[in-house]
Design a protein around this ligand. Sequence first.
Ligand SMILES: [Zn+2]
Length: 77
Amino acid sequence: MDLTAMEFRELITMRENIRHKVDLLEVCWSCQKVSECRQWLVNGSVPVWLCDECVEEVAYRMTDETGIPLSLTASGK
Ligand SMILES: [Zn+2]
C-alpha cells in the first residue's frame, strides 16, 4: 500500500489523537465506568478520578455524609 505524504501525516495525527484519548481513560471512582475522567483533589489533598457526570453528585453526597464541607478542585494534570 502506497501512502501519499498527506495520508501518512493523517495517520500519524490519528495515532496521536488515539494515544491522547487513551491517556484520559480512567475508571471513575464513583460510577466505576471507564471513561474520560479528570483527576480531582478532595479538599486540596486527596486525588480521586471522576467522570464529568459524577463530579457534582460526589461532592454533594460526600458533604452530606460527612457533614464537612467538601471541595473538589481540578488537579493540574
Ligand atoms: Zn462517573
